[in-house]
Design a binder for this molecule. Sequence first.
Ligand code: SAM
Length: 323
Amino acid sequence: MINRTINYLRLSVTDRCNLRCMYCMPEEGVQFVHHEDVLTYEEILRVVRVSTEAGIRKVRLTGGEPLVRKDFIPFLEKVSGIADLEEITLTTNGVLLEDFAEDIQKCGICRLNISLDTLRPERSRRITGRDYHARTLAGIRASERLGFDPIKINVVAMRGVNDDEILDFARLTLENPYHVRFIEFMPIGTGNGWNQERFISIEEIRQRIEALGPLERMRNSELDGPATRYKIQGAAGEIGLIGALSHHFCDRCNRLRLTADGHLRGCHSSATETDIKAALRTGEPDARLLQLIQLAIQNKPADHGVFQTEPRKCVRSMSSIGG
Ligand code: SAM
């Protein structure tokens, strides 16, 4: 019997993105949601407000790339004004962060997750399909100057793509206060290039990083999420390992997701969704929205079922689900 408290909502505010990462939103093959099907900010805010009645206490704004959606900052300000939310965080690729970091901070957000899969500009062009590496680095520096803490840097580790940079990323934590988090590559959506050869486990990543010195295991606090935390002795920052496949954390998963087009999902990889947009657009009362949120929580699968040999069940890309 699984006993999970679902208190964390991840919101995809848009399925659009200014990057085309090969493992998430490859140049060909991503079908965008029609603009009229994307939830309006007012609709999202209503879902968030009602979700607090179902026990949601933490919200992550993600996408797609949240910072590309017009008027994102006034929306963020409204989210941060919702009583009962204890934590609001943001996941971004950092391309527009230098422009927005100060406004984000003014909305009371102090923790950021920034995705960066390579430290090499040329490779970044290949992985992301765009030439914005310098902008992401500038965004990271701007958020550091402003005092965001922690700054989590998410690295999707892929063998033969960026695994030769594992030690470079780990070294970054020696001098910088970043939390560098290595995430196992997951088979999500169709055509994201996942295969067994590209997959690299957190166990292997940990062993490789130990070449830099002994890793001290840090104690996880409630806000840490699924990363197992380590520190290289004497380092300013930390290393997090997220075994999304090899050590999946489904039995502790506290997440519910809202897709850009208004579907609630208990799991990124399940085929089950609960349509909340129809209820929002046919004038249903909050009580009905609450019922749908509770239904989505009830329907949350016991585990994501994406073990390395199984076929994928979800054809949506991470960008539309909200990574
Ligand atoms: N645009 C934002 C960004 O880049 O952080 C937010 C959305 S992105 C989908 C959120 C996170 O999902 C990123 O850290 C990305 O690396 C991760 N992600 C996307 N597809 C993934 C996959 N197949 N396996 C593991 N992580 C994935």
